[in-house]
Every structure is written in structure tokens, then in C-alpha cells.
Design a protein around this ligand. Structure first.
Ligand code: ADP
Ligand code: MG
Length: 188
């Protein structure tokens, strides 16, 4: 998948990977991880286009975008498969503003909130915001179920192998617990 300003793990020219951890935000910026998911209306296209939308998000910079993954739906039987990915952003937006901005992107993609776990053209979830723990009615970060979902952990670890989930420890340590969830990395 090609996000316009996503570097896909490559250090910027003139820098060495050893010298700079590219995920470390500059002063006044924050590192946020966002999960992308779709299972309606050509989900491959929806997630690709959502990646492009994240590359132009207000006051933010798309750093990395994972591969696309195909996963079986969780929660309700008989739904189409999902396409999932995870993005890493540097943002100047505070957490709730970032969430509102993500919801605005969802709406642009025709998201209808019919019922919890209903099929969707695009779902954007805020997974992590720096190492903050936020527990408000509208926003819970870390996303409360992220460590239980292969479709989050696998793409997250692809772009941030050392990722820590506040309160839960290393994201990689949760992988065995989701080993039975079917997930397929797409190579297109
Ligand atoms: P889900 O993503 O769990 O299938 P929705 O996308 O419909 O469900 O989100 C339901 C509600 O979850 C939203 O109203 C939103 O305010 C809330 N929410 C709480 N924490 C988060 C988060 N970290 N990311 C996205 N939405 C969140
Ligand atoms: Mg959501």
C-alpha cells in the first residue's frame, strides 16, 4: 500500500536508522496509531483510499502504513471478510480532536453506525496515543480490545515491532493469544 508520505520503514535520506528512531515524535507532536477496517463496498479500495486520507489529515503526518490484511469478521457470523491495516501518525491534534477528525473521515467514506459490529465501509479506531491512558465515555486509549485482535496486533507489529501497550506490556507478547484468529497478509 502506498501512503503518500508514509516512508514504509525507510530512513529519510541522509539519516541512519540507528541514529534516529523514526517513530519518536518531535517536540509538541504525538505518536498515534490508528486501525483501519472495512468490509463493505470494495473494502480493498476503501482501506487504500483511507490510507491516502490519513496522509492528508490536519496537523498530522503519516509515518508508516502497514500491509493490508484480510481477516474473518469478529462478533457476527455471515458478514463479508474485513480488510485491515494500521497506520502510525505524528500529530499535533489532542486525542479527542484526533478522534473527531477520524470520525469525519469515516463519514466521508459513507460510514453508517447502524449497530455495534455492523458491517461498515470504513472503521477508524484510535489504538494508542503516545503512552497515555485515557478512559472517558467517548474515548478509551489504549483501545480496550486491541490486544485481543489479530487484525490489530499483526499489522501494528509489522510497523512498530517494539510497540508497548500501556497497562498491557509488549504488544508482541499478546500474539500467541490471538494465534487462532485467521489473518492473511495481502501481497498486491
Ligand atoms: P467499534 O469500532 O468498536 O466496532 P464504533 O466504531 O461504532 O465501534 O465505535 C463506537 C464508539 O466507540 C464511538 O462512539 C467512540 O466514541 C467510542 N470509542 C471509544 N474509544 C475509542 C477509540 N479508541 N477509537 C475509536 N472509537 C472509540
Ligand atoms: Mg470504531
Amino acid at each position: 500500500m502506498s501512503g503518500r508520505s508514509a516512508d514504509r520503514h525507510q530512513p529519510a535520506s541522509g539519516e541512519t536508522a540507528a541514529a534516529i528512531d523514526l517513530l519518536t515524535p518531535p517536540p509538541d507532536r504525538h505518536l498515534a496509531f490508528v486501525a483501519l477496517g472495512a468490509n463493505l463496498d470494495d473494502p480493498l479500495h476503501q482501506v487504500r483510499a483511507a490510507g491516502d486520507a490519513l496522509a492528508t489529515l490536519a496537523d498530522s503526518r503519516l509515518l508508516r502504513l502497514s500491509s493490508l490484511y484480510r481477516t474473518a469478521p469478529v462478533g457476527i457470523r455471515g458478514q463479508p471478510d474485513f480488510i485491515n491495516a494500521v497506520a502510525a501518525l505524528h500529530t499535533g491534534l489532542p486525542p479527542l480532536s484526533l478522534l473527531e477528525t477520524l470520525f469525519a473521515v469515516e463519514r466521508r467514506f459513507g460510514r453508517r453506525r447502524e449497530f455495534h459490529h455492523s458491517p461498515r465501509t470504513l472503521d477508524l479506531d484510535l489504538l494508542l496515543y503516545d503512552q497515555q491512558i485515557i478512559d472517558s465515555p467517548r474515548l478509551r486509549v489504549p483501545h480496550p480490545r486491541m490486544h485481543l485482535r489479530a487484525f490489530v496486533l499483526v499489522p501494528l507489529l509489522e510497523i512498530a515491532p517494539g510497540c508497548l501497550i500501556p497497562g498491557r506490556g509488549s504488544a508482541a507478547a499478546w500474539l500467541p493469544a490471538v494465534g487462532r484468529q485467521h489473518i492473511q497478509r495481502l501481497t498486491l
